[in-house]
Write a new protein. Structure first.
Length: 76
């Protein structure tokens, strides 16, 4: 069962990804953007993050930090 802190962290991660999509959306193809939005709507944050990273050229600090954090975290 998810604790309230887990739910809050999940919501924060989703906000970060949506903000990155908003900021970089014009440089992402329509198809990739639609796919990312669908994954976010279905709580597939990992897939959304990976696709964002693949479609953004250059560094994106909030996204890169989130991905690094996930890579270092043990799986539940």
């Amino acid at each position: 069962m998810a604790t309230s802190s887990m739910i809050e962290k999940w919501a924060e991660n989703e906000r970060i990804l949506r903000a990155v999509l908003e900021e970089h959306g014009s440089s992402i193809s329509d198809g990739a953007r639609a796919l990312i939005e669908e994954w976010l709507d279905h709580n597939e944050l990992g897939l959304a993050a990976e696709t964002l990273r693949e479609n953004i050229s250059g560094p994106c600090s909030p996204l890169d930090q989130l991905l690094t954090q996930w890579l270092r975290s043990p799986s539940p």
